[in-house]
Design a protein around this ligand. Structure first.
Ligand code: MTE
Length: 305
């Protein structure tokens, strides 16, 4: 008999932040079975009838409408309307720098090449709001391995798409575009680092970073760069848009840490999207310490934040 063990970071589906019920493939199959037993109910209604008490009201609407995507706007409420009807991607991801063989990869082929997975992760923005999001995509490690970085490659730099024709925020002179981010190579090859192409069982909407974005659940959300155009392996720590804009704020690591406040607010607590009144304690590494703390052994996290 094959025993399936759940990875330690896996969250139950009932923890998913959504307005509508998140129907995972498994749930849908269950629902289909129940719908047969209760003709007249849709699979989702049948599933809700059976498992309703476990379900948190869906916040899919919130996660896909309350967005930070500065290339469109710095106003969260404006991003989705501006992105409506704009199709970013598919495109070829450029992978280069210190690799054996630079390559270009069609974003539509990622799932086929590396195998698609669904991951339910906590997400924590530096602004002290949080969510739980079901992503679909591929492990970043697989792509890094395929690129075969040279021994001198110590960091990975990600650069986002820029198209002033459809992204009015790029006209703002406040930011040194393009949006760029970086990870140390051992962070990029950690099991939890993920490239998302979908959300809530659907393709990623433009406002959430289509066609492909990074998801690094133990770091503040700004590290999770959207609409990635290129990935470059480097010997030295790359500069990032936020390190350039706010050098007095968080550094390169930006690991979620309740003890390191933002210069203008505390990070001790957070608000979960959809429950604006109550705050909950922020967890070190956003609750993924068991998996990632070893990456930072010997590093003073209060100084190297
Ligand atoms: N990626 C790009 N290209 N541009 C951005 O402005 N904002 C970041 C990150 N990735 C951003 C980006 C920030 S600050 C956050 S909190 C998350 O995206 C928000 O992701 P979400 O809108 O899907 O919740």
């Amino acid at each position: 008999m094959k025993l399936l063990s759940k990875p330690s970071w896996q969250l139950p589906e009932s923890a998913v932040t959504e307005e509508q019920v998140f129907v995972s493939r498994r749930a849908l199959v269950k629902g289909l079975g129940l719908a047969l037993a209760w003709p007249g109910l849709s699979p989702m209604q049948a599933w809700a009838a059976k498992f309703g008490s476990e379900l948190t009201p869906s916040k899919e609407e919130l996660v896909t409408s309350y967005n930070n995507f500065y290339e469109f706007s710095t106003d969260k409420g404006e991003v989705r309307p501006l992105a409506q009807g704009v199709q970013l991607g598919p495109w070829e991801l450029e992978i280069g720098g210190l690799v054996e063989k630079p390559l270009r990869l069609d974003t539509q082929k990622l799932a086929q090449l590396f195998g698609e997975e669904e991951r339910i992760y906590r997400f924590r923005c530096v602004e002290a709001w949080a969510a739980v999001v079901p992503w679909r995509g591929v492990g970043l490690k697989k792509l890094v391995e395929m690129a075969r970085p040279l021994s001198g490659a110590k960091y990975v730099r990600f650069v986002a798409h820029m198209d002033p024709k459809v992204m009015p925020g790029l006209a703002s002179g406040h930011f040194p575009w393009p949006y760029s981010e970086g990870l140390r190579i051992d962070e990029a090859t950690h099991e939890l680092a993920f490239l998302a192409t979908g959300i809530y069982g659907k393709p990623l909407p433009t406002q959430n970073g289509a066609p492909v974005r990074l998801v690094v659940p133990w770091k503040y959300g700004f590290k999770s760069i959207k609409s990635i155009r290129s990935i470059e392996f480097t010997a030295t720590q790359p500069r990032t848009l936020w390190n350039d804009v706010g050098p007095a704020e968080y550094g390169f690591y930006a690991n979620v840490n309740p003890e390191v406040d933002h210069p203008r607010w505390s990070q001790a607590t957070e608000k979960l999207l959809g429950s604006w009144v109550q705050r909950q304690p922020t967890r070190l590494f956003n609750g993924y310490g068991e998996q990632v703390a070893s990456l930072y052994q010997g590093l003073d996290l209060k100084r190297n934040y």
